[in-house]
Design a protein around this ligand. Structure first.
Ligand SMILES: *[C@@H]1O[C@H](CO)[C@@H](O)[C@H](O)[C@H]1NC(C)=O
Ligand SMILES: *[C@@H]1O[C@H](CO)[C@@H](O)[C@H](O)[C@H]1NC(C)=O
Length: 381
């Protein structure tokens, strides 16, 4: 296998992410089918916990099966300490069933199921294999099983993100966005529905138009999107994929910026000030999860800005897949000082200067960076 090729890795990663998205959708459907009145606020965590651990176990098992456990290093969000501290057996049982059910569907995605269903201890070890901390050398898979837990629970945007890092460089990224339709107009439609009914609309069996999977390989200058494909349609490769590109808008007055929904994750008043000084006039598009990266990569918005509280350290799994997809789709991603993000220093984006700025092109990017310099001293971030 050629070192600079990664085509086999990319194909496997895309299939695995499609499977993981289907898993998340099933868990969400079950959450919905239990009468809405019975889903109390304090139970909100458990469906997302089941999805998180189940995706991690499934992806870990598949990657290890395909690439050999000796050679697979996985850095992922959920750690083993958390799961061994679980006092709810019901939760673990739900994970075991969800993983078995998901792995049983592997052949429909062109992947292999285990010969026998996995037991609790095997599933716990698959989760625990993901304890790598990455670093500057070697190959590391980077996984965020369910990025955007609040979005997941609310039936809004969330993502499954898988990337591969080799010698500190992101070489491929796959972003599964189960509630981000291939066509932006569908999003507005879904949004209206969810706002008027204020609850999740159960998915029909036809997930075709409702979600997408984006992916890219380093240096190819190409990024792709597939509709979220139901099971057996995944057998051929690369099925239904189409090229995506960043927006060509470089006039700030016409550009749209996205940012995290929650103020706790990014300073909305600081970005509003930046937006104003650069001449952005559209309302910000506030989106949960790495779907923001997807929005920039396929041209639904031009700018993504995130300024976390000082002292907050960004984790590599929240960015790796999104960054490479935007770059290969023609965009630019740096920290607020204009430097590339450094994925080579372990679990965190060490040395990140203030925040993250992703743009569809250099013109907008330079303007934003300039505005950060001009306004930083007067803010107290
Ligand atoms: C998964 O495996 C466990 C343990 O072998 C078993 O109890 C459970 O019924 C299986 N679930 C499914 C859906 O296959
Ligand atoms: C957010 O930014 C504003 C304006 O730049 C600043 O005054 C404020 O202190 C910041 N808030 C936090 C929580 O950092």
């Amino acid at each position: 296998m050629e070192k600079d090729n990664y085509s086999k890795e990319l194909e496997v990663a895309v299939r695995v992410v499609h499977m993981a998205c289907a898993l998340c959708i099933r868990v969400q459907e079950r959450l919905l089918s239990t009468s809405a009145e019975h889903v109390k606020a304090k139970d909100d965590d458990s469906p997302v916990t089941v999805a998180d651990w189940s995706v991690q176990a499934t992806v870990s098992w598949l990657l290890s099966d395909i690439f050999g456990s000796q050679r697979v290093s996985i850095v992922a969000e959920e750690d083993t300490k958390a799961i061994s501290g679980v006092d709810s057996e019901g939760l673990l049982e739900a994970v075991v069933n969800t993983v078995n059910e998901s792995l049983a569907s592997a052949p429909k995605y062109g992947l292999q199921s285990p010969e026998e269903t996995l037991g609790t201890s095997e599933i716990l070890s698959a989760i625990s294999w993901c304890s790598s901390t990455g670093g500057p050398t070697g190959r590391h898979w980077i996984l965020d099983p369910v990025d955007g837990t609040l979005g997941f629970v609310r039936g809004d945007q969330y993502a499954v993100a898988l990337a591969l890092i080799e010698d500190g460089q992101v070489v491929l990224g796959v972003l599964g966005c189960p509630n981000y339709p291939t066509n932006k107009e569908w999003l507005n439609y879904q949004h209206q529905i969810s706002q008027t009914t204020s609850q999740l609309s159960p998915r029909t069996t036809d997930a075709w138009e409702k979600g997408c999977v984006l992916y890219a390989r380093k240096g190819s200058g190409k990024a792709w999107m597939q509709p979220l494909i139901c099971e057996d349609k995944m057998l051929e490769w690369p099925n239904y994929a189409r090229l995506i590109q960043v927006s060509s808008i470089d006039d700030p007055a016409l550009a749209t910026f996205c940012e995290p929904v929650e103020k706790a994750n990014s300073n909305h008043s600081f970005t509003a000030g930046l937006a104003y000084s650069v001449g952005l006039r559209n309302q910000p598009m506030r989106v949960h999860s790495m779907v923001k990266y997807a929005a920039i990569a396929r041209g639904d918005a031009e700018i993504f800005m995130k300024f976390a509280k000082s002292g907050y350290k960004e984790k590599i799994w929240d960015h790796a897949a999104g960054v490479i997809i935007i770059e290969e789709a023609g965009g630019v991603v740096t920290d607020a000082g204009g430097r590339p993000l450094d994925f080579s220093r372990g679990v965190y984006l060490e040395g990140l200067d203030r925040g993250i700025i992703a743009c569809s092109g250099v013109t907008l990017h330079e303007k934003i960076i300039g505005a950060v310099y001009a306004s930083w001293d007067s803010s107290n971030l």
